[in-house]
Ligand binder design. Sequence first.
Ligand code: ADP
Length: 507
Amino acid sequence: MTNSAQYGLPNNSGDARRDYPAFLDGRVRPMLIGGEWVPSLSGKSFESRNPANGELLATIAEGDSADIDRAVLAARKAFDGPWRTMKPDERQMILLRLADLVERHFDELSLLDTLDMGAPLRHTRGSKRHMVGLLRYFASMAVSLYGQTSSTSLGGELFACTLKEPVGVVGAIVPWNGPLMAAIWKTGPVLATGCTLVLKPAEDASLTPLRFGELLLEAGVPPGVVNIVPGFGATAGAALAAHTGVDKVSFTGSHLTGQQIVRASAGNLKRLSLELGGKSPNIVFADADLEVAASAAATAAFANAGQICSAGTRLFIQRPVFDEVVEAVARAARGLKVGAGLDEQTDIGPLVSRKQLDRVSGYLRAGREEGARALAGGERLDGDAHRNGFFVPPTVFTDIRDDMRIAQEEIFGPVVAAIPFDTLDEVVERANATPYGLGAGVWTRDVGRAHALAPRIRAGSVWVNCYNTMDPSMPFGGYKMSGYGRESGTQQLDDYLNVKALWIRRD
Ligand code: ADP
């Protein structure tokens, strides 16, 4: 039987769980420390529930600062052990085996993502090429790290070069909006560069990272090289961010938590990379292919129920085509099916948690109160089909002023603010007028205009006639309060490496 048949839709026989992965076997899921699956020292655990219907999926050992301590110790021991001298091509082989395992188990991993955080199966399964590709890319980078030689100004009696060395023990603190993606983005560069890792998954989505941990061991990752400690932000997360035995923290999440992590890192001045929020502009000029642009604008705003840091949430449309485009986006929004992620027909799943539901509902209310008008959506769905889950319909707001909260703050839900503009200079200024700078979209058939605009947008990615396109070789990250450091690309690897200057006198 193929995996997709094995992990197909729950049948209608009354036992919906029959097709769930064996991983959800009812036992308390332990944490991974020093190559062993162990309970938390406190004996505490927490629940993982399906946001589509509230069902209990699993109980998970809850790590706190004592567990983080022993995980950091294990990571340090591994960093100082045989891992340090393991040859790059051996690390490459581990990454290649891991890529094969992730490819083979992809249906199971994407089903776990869907069950745990709500994204439609179509969405989670659709990321296979990118996920596996990332691991193969990191495998190739394991044998492609090099420094430079310099002739220096001092002449021939000195040989001078730079060496790249792993930064050490890395702490990774990740969100729930792409659990497998987060695990891969944080583990890949660690294995490629020879660092070791303590990964703290999000409390709302720990299942896939834990299953991924089993695959790490199967791929031959030595004990202690990757440790996985689930738990809450205020306890496990804060302990990891402050730990003086950690050399670098790689964090993905909200900018408020990012600021706390910066403060917590001061004790040992650890290195940081921060991939934070966004309020990304998506700019449609009148000369664009409007049908394509409108359909892409809906995807940019609503994919993963808007729970993507680079979602295109401010849709700037040039005035002559404003009505046409905004109506097309609203039509697309009304046509999207909102429902449980397991349903193959679902376009938009539930939000991940009640906390997110309350947060997004608060913004819908704020939008209305500030005078915005909802052309589609606008209210939480709580009819029979949606009552037990955290469902919000794709929402298109118009009549926006730039100072409204829904035009300024990251909502992290399926909500887009559509805003007319007249000129290029004006849209550049307004697009840049938020504290964030993660991504931006530009839709035009005028290549000159695209070139003129791209350098003026203060964001880490600019997509012209496409949106949210990603590749393992291309850096992804923020300007301004969207953070610093990059995921993917050689730039990400550099974030995990120290540079040493080596001088040798020749005589
Ligand atoms: P959200 O509010 O959507 O959960 P966060 O940025 O708070 O987004 O969460 C992202 C990750 O940061 C999660 O793994 C969470 O547990 C962790 N986290 C939250 N607060 C802290 C903190 N004070 N220190 C370290 N990690 C934290």
